[in-house]
Design a binder for this molecule. Sequence first.
Ligand SMILES: Nc1ncnc2c1ncn2[C@@H]1O[C@H](COP(=O)(O)OP(=O)(O)O)[C@@H](O)[C@H]1O
Ligand SMILES: [Mg+2]
Length: 402
Amino acid sequence: MTHKTVKELFANDIHRRIEEVIKVDQTDEQILKDELAEYVVTDSLRGRFLEILERYNETPNKPHEGVGIWVSGFFGSGKSSFAKYLGLAVEDRTIVDDGAADLFARRTGDPKVEVLLRNIAEHIPTEAVIFDISTDRGIRTGNQTITEIMYRLFLQDLGYARDLDLSELEITLEDHERLGEFRQAYYEVFGKGWDTEKGKVAIAVQQASRVMHTLDPDTYPTADSWRESAHRRADITPGRLAERCKQLMSRRCNGRSLVFVVDEVGQFVARDVQKMLDLQAVVQNLGRVGRGKIWLVVTSQEKLTELVGGLDDKRVELARLMDRFPLQVHLEPADISEVTSKRVLSKNAAAQQYLRDLFSEHRGRLTDTTRLTADIRLPELNTESFVELYPLLPYHIDLRKL
Ligand SMILES: Nc1ncnc2c1ncn2[C@@H]1O[C@H](COP(=O)(O)OP(=O)(O)O)[C@@H](O)[C@H]1O
Ligand SMILES: [Mg+2]
């Protein structure tokens, strides 16, 4: 038998870059495409995706308020991946030249998923607002509420200013069909486009104030009037967030459905009753107002029961939180072996044959010299596991999980 080096055995380029963690707010389409191409949908993952997609798909016919999805699992168990690809697939975001729904359905290799996603794209067109709450808190961190963070990112997604006062101004102007006029006046005064400048909040507030004075000198007698009357006044509550989502989705998104995917919510709310109550109020209001058209997918290292159970007080008030997240997905490490073998260790056709032969030639010696006894059951070495996991042995991966 001719010899092969380990690097010749694999199906994929072993020098390719594999990110250790999945960033949910990754917008680079090529990276997204590569990530999706490497996502291994195991049987248990497929089952969970199907359950959620079926529920989402039947919602227009059976409107309900259970719009929360809680995705939990240890660090590295694939929570961010799960939540992100769910969001992208439901939104059917364009990735390079393909729709995410198609790319994802192909990964699952399941015709039911394909049909469901196609149906969703056709009948429940959806916008997904996907972000990581641990990195998207904005500048004034500390006591920002989930409500406020979600609202800012929603506004930004729809093209409004992320600053609440400025977006409030835009929304009010739109109510009176005067936003076009405002943009025009802004351009005449400053020679730049409002939409490109409004992110520089400190300056944009001053500038907007001056433009409001030009447009409406009776109400705003000086260039500072609007700023003085409006700045830092806008406020947002969970109820208002839900109403605004509904109103602005119909205004700017043709009445599409909306899915929030918020990564790392667990860590954000853990051991803070106020934040947990805020989360409860958010999901409750999104359910009540959205009637199945506004969903919330969150991730957490802990299961929801563990999080609520970890609090000393207010558990009664939080009891309803469980009902608000009827779909709970807990990612188990049991899939690691399958994911590792398919994603990292999969072999090319020649190598599969080569390893098969190698195994039958040395079966006895391999089995004897690698035998390990322990109090737990360790997986057996056989032709399949040898080929799939080489150069690792099955128990290497199982021991790694412990
Ligand atoms: N089903 C899977 N198929 C392929 N790779 C996966 C899968 N699940 C997780 N990974 C990989 O494991 C790493 C951690 O995943 P991630 O989604 O960031 O986990 P978490 O958010 O739970 O910490 C990433 O490199 C990711 O690509
Ligand atoms: Mg993560």
